[in-house]
Ligand binder design. Structure first.
Ligand SMILES: [Zn+2]
Length: 129
């Protein structure tokens, strides 16, 4: 697997691990030849889907895109009972996941209601007590 993909995914894997998800990238099971760097995203050993980055993207944009793709897959496929389906959790009392900040070039989680509440992807504290 391409090292750029693995490097860009590392902060996302941190935030998943902080929330109790064992995330790993595995060889792309589709094998599309379109120039994108692809991998299967596996959570707790289960394949959720494909994540992909363009090799022309810089590392922050790649990490942001991987965070967004991982979030989509988690929210779509991980069911209650396999851990919190809300990822990443927002601050206490906020019953919504954080979203990626509007600035496309930054890999930062933010509260959808309070844009001042932020955490760079790779530094999320995990489950909020
Ligand atoms: Zn919030």
């Amino acid at each position: 697997m391409d090292i750029r993909l693995q490097d860009a995914f590392r902060p996302v894997a941190h935030d998943l691990a902080a929330a109790g998800y064992a995330a790993e990238l595995a060889s792309d099971s589709l094998g599309m030849k379109d120039g994108m760097l692809r991998a299967d995203l596996r959570i707790d050993g289960e394949r959720l889907g494909i994540v992909a980055v363009d090799p022309a993207w810089d590392s922050a944009i790649s990490t942001r895109q991987l965070a967004e793709q991982a979030q989509d897959l988690i929210l779509e496929y991980v069911r209650p009972g396999h851990g919190a389906p809300m990822w990443p959790e927002c601050r206490p009392g906020h019953p919504h996941p954080m979203t990626l900040a509007r600035e496309i070039e930054s890999a930062t989680w933010t509260c959808p209601r309070d844009p001042d509440y932020q955490a760079p992807v790779g530094t999320h504290p995990g489950l909020i007590p």
